[in-house]
Design a protein around this ligand. Structure first.
Ligand SMILES: [Zn+2]
Length: 99
């Protein structure tokens, strides 16, 4: 399989300003996922593991499991400019399979 067969990000979404998330820093062949967020509790005291009651919102891939790595958000168009390819999971860009 060559990179020319990689699923391309859907061009019809470029104008919408939709956000995507990459798990690795942006570059050629990096997979772009649909943007989602996950809310996690912040622990102030790591030694006692006492919940602080505060939460933070992390950008994650829409197809990610719970507690996935935090992703790098950017616009879909910006990701495409850098050669990112589309994640074809049902929660991301399943329409991008045929490029
Ligand atoms: Zn995905």
């Amino acid at each position: 399989m060559t990179s020319s067969l990689a699923p391309r990000l859907p061009r019809e979404l470029f104008a919408t300003g939709v956000q995507v998330v990459t798990i690795a820093p942006l570059g050629p062949g990096v997979v772009a996922h649909r943007y989602a967020t996950e809310t996690r509790q912040v622990q102030d005291d790591v030694y006692r593991a006492r919940p602080s009651g505060r939460t933070e919102i992390y950008p994650v891939a829409a197809c990610a499991e719970a507690d996935a790595d935090q992703g790098y958000p950017c616009s879909l168009q910006w990701a495409a400019v850098h050669g990112a390819i589309a994640c074809t999971e049902p929660k991301c860009f399943p329409e991008a399979v045929s490029a």
